[in-house]
Design a protein around this ligand. Structure first.
Ligand code: PXL
Length: 289
């Protein structure tokens, strides 16, 4: 098979692989990662893990087609082509089989790629209903390989075997959790959906070599903002891969997500349709350094 001709120029466009489900309706996972990373200038390839008619958050009767059997043959084809990625970004995966297939993917095309994992598993202290203990075990093991890890508080508690912080937490708890996440193996841990004062919400991060906690927040807007984690993660990853320092990348992603939430709240559409991020993409691209 004829190998791909890949650029080695230092200023070449970076290529990112996004590995998530396709929820056909309800803006999350690939229907967020692909447009956001494209708008930020990346060549974005996708590996769909499954296809659902909608996401699973609040819809009844959604369809689900498992594509796990296709993942390894796809990776083998890419290996034969000599394909390489600058980063591999994983999100909602479906079952433990999908997570296990990632080892094969990394063997095939992972050399030189930065592995970025958003271990999508749950929210508000609860595991998503479709996931089970095997999934959690597989995800915990896989996250040990990630260089950048982006859980919310529920997922961080599950990954580190920590009690969910009910009724709340403080700055010291968040800093400790970031350290525990980095102890799993990551260089940078980012904790999403962190609120350190009433009426505010944002994200905290720690680079294991810097050791200090960064925290950026914005106004809290009550609601069930489906896909907000994916909007935030995609923007943060894009900025990070462009070489933006962590504090600036965090601010860019928090501000972008807050603007999308505000716009969605003002529009008053069904929250299950996800965030109206598309009209904000121009501002996001303009704000890149
Ligand atoms: O945005 C997270 C997500 C992704 N994919 C599917 C989901 C969810 C959250 O519920 O159900 C299918």
């Amino acid at each position: 098979m004829q190998k791909l001709k890949l650029s080695t120029a230092p200023d070449r466009q970076k290529r990112v692989l996004a590995v998530h489900d396709i929820s056909c309706v309800g803006r999350c996972s690939l229907t967020v990662a692909l447009p956001v990373l494209s708008a930020m200038g990346f060549e974005t390839s996708i590996l769909p893990t499954s296809i659902l008619s909608t996401h699973t958050g609040g819809f009844e009767g959604y369809t689900y087609r498992d594509l796990s059997a296709d993942m390894n043959p796809v990776a083998d084809h890419w290996r034969a082509l000599g394909l390489r990625f600058d980063a591999i970004f994983t999100g909602w995966l479906g079952t433990h089989r999908h997570v296990e297939n990632l080892d094969h993917l990394l063997d095939a095309v992972g050399a030189g790629a930065e592995l970025i994992a958003d271990p999508v598993m749950g929210d508000n202290g609860r595991l998503y209903a479709t996931l089970d203990g095997d999934y959690v075990d597989a995800m915990r093991r896989f996250c040990g390989r990630a260089e950048l890890l982006l859980p919310n508080i529920t997922e961080a508690a599950i990954l580190t075997g920590t009690e969910y912080p009910y009724p709340g937490y403080n700055r010291a708890w968040v800093a400790d959790m970031l350290r525990r996440l980095n102890d799993l193996g990551s260089r940078v841990a980012v904790l999403t959906g962190v609120s350190l004062e009433p009426g505010r919400i944002g994200a905290a991060a720690m680079d294991r070599y810097a050791g200090e906690m960064l925290y950026i927040d914005d106004a809290f807007i009550p609601g069930m903002w489906h896909g907000a984690g994916d909007v935030f993660a995609s923007a943060l990853i894009g900025a990070h891969l462009l070489g933006t320092p962590l504090d600036k990348a965090l601010r860019l992603a928090v501000t972008f997500t807050a603007r999308c939430i505000r716009r969605t709240r003002d529009a008053g559409t069904d929250e299950r349709l996800g965030l109206q991020f598309e009209p904000e993409l121009i501002t996001l691209a303009d704000n890149l350094q």
